[in-house]
Design a protein around this ligand. Sequence first.
Ligand SMILES: *Cc1c(COP(=O)(O)O)cnc(C)c1O
Length: 354
Amino acid sequence: MKISTKRAQQLKPKPDETRLGFGTKFTDHMFNMDYTADKGWHTPRIEPYGPIAMDPATMVLHYGQGVFEGLKAYRTAAGRIQLFRPQENFRRLNRSNDILCIPRFDEHFALEALKELLTVEQDWVPRAPETSLYIRPTIFASDPFLGVRASHTYRFFIILSPVGAYYPEGFNPVKILVENEHVRAVSGGTGEAKTLGNYAASLLAGQKAHDAGFTQVLWLDGVERKYIEEVGAMNIFFVIDGELITPALQGSILAGITRDTVLQLGRMWGLTVSERRIGIEEVLKANASGKLEEVFGSGTAAVISPVGQIAYGKRAITVGDGKVGALANRFYKAITDIQYGRAEGPQGWIVPVA
Ligand SMILES: *Cc1c(COP(=O)(O)O)cnc(C)c1O
């Protein structure tokens, strides 16, 4: 398929790179394509960034049939632009499509479209240390129809947003609250998909945790409320007595690409790495016997987010000495060094753009 390009008449002024924040500023252009049953995915185009007019009956607004991704483009010291494992994001987007009854798209084509959009927008990839251009591919149900069924038409778009350093004040451990009332997802549900409703369902618990002075919610399984699943919208890792542990993917956990990156690097470094069930009681017990060395979250936005304190009901623990652990530091540095081109990663992890 040939991608058409319509340039914006006027370009926006570029924002101050030292105060980018997250997700508030958008570039001059976006990618769009549409799906209809007769044509499949068609009319791929790069157009000026702007509002999407829709019928009030558009299905996604009523039943949440939509999926998205989050990845970043990084500028290297030499001024080049590169992506980190983007094929994995498009593969996961198609897996989310399967779960939400949305037709699959050609992953190879989507990556080419993204590269073309990034080439048009290359001046928007910021240069300040640890900044990046956040990429949000999204697919939504576009039939104007109020019956409950899968839509027959869809829109696929990609928008870009320059984002600031996640840790402008340095790498700081956060306080998290174990959530024992609300759950994020259950096995058999949509937890494995990056789909709209999962985030809506997490807001109330997140707000309560914030009001109580915590940064994130630590989610337990929806059946027994015993086993650890994720932290906020990140995957989670524990280091107990030298073993690097993350909950196994069993249907309700989002398969993070940063999670997979940590697992692969950990194995390459010769660490003892386990994907298994881990209960909150095991974590508290390990802490009581002095064996809980580190806890950290993993995700594209923060890369690694060290956890300093965990509260569970009336109990509260400090992880290790409450400071950033050695492995959290090592993973953060290793992953960001690869993303910004300061170090070479395994074959295929870096996709050059321009
Ligand atoms: C996106 C996301 C993650 C992290 O995935 P990455 O690919 O590492 O960014 C983890 N959990 C949830 C619920 C997510 O939405």
